[in-house]
Design a protein around this ligand. Sequence first.
Ligand code: HEM
Length: 137
Amino acid sequence: MELQKTINRENIETLVRSFYYKAMDDEQIGHYFTLELGEDITNYEWVKHIDILIDFWAKVFLDDPLYNSDPYGPHFTIVDLKKEDFQQWIKLFTQSAQEIYVPELVKQFKTKAIFYSEQFIERLKINPECETLFWNA
Ligand code: HEM
């Protein structure tokens, strides 16, 4: 596939799906997702979650108003979520972005991923000294 030079809802969907295929199989962070959503990415819970995440990124990059919820809430109930898990999240998300977008856009996605991870870490009261750690993910 030719690398995308603009962000649209269609390529956001490709990104979100690509990311979750990696994430659910990942040794470090896969269990957080499969415990909550199940092992089958085509089940109802996953389909709903993927739709929410497409709306979330469409709001971040396209100002699409469909997502109007709180991204932080569901993470409070995840037991033992560590800053290293966010580093791994960013690494997989960046890999997926690299498969789809030109480098300038990959950087924009990575910047947002780091921004939200830092917010999560602050709100979840996880040790926040992680800026360098994240950019090296
Ligand atoms: C290791 C890190 C992370 C883990 C394990 C994780 C896991 C989860 C889980 C289990 C849910 C709830 C699914 C459900 O029951 O519907 C969720 C929701 C969500 N996550 Fe994460 N997440 C992580 C990092 C992130 C990051 C960095 C972002 C943003 C850049 C993000 C954005 C969201 C959003 C927008 C939702 C939906 C919230 C809503 O219901 O409105 N997550 N995540």
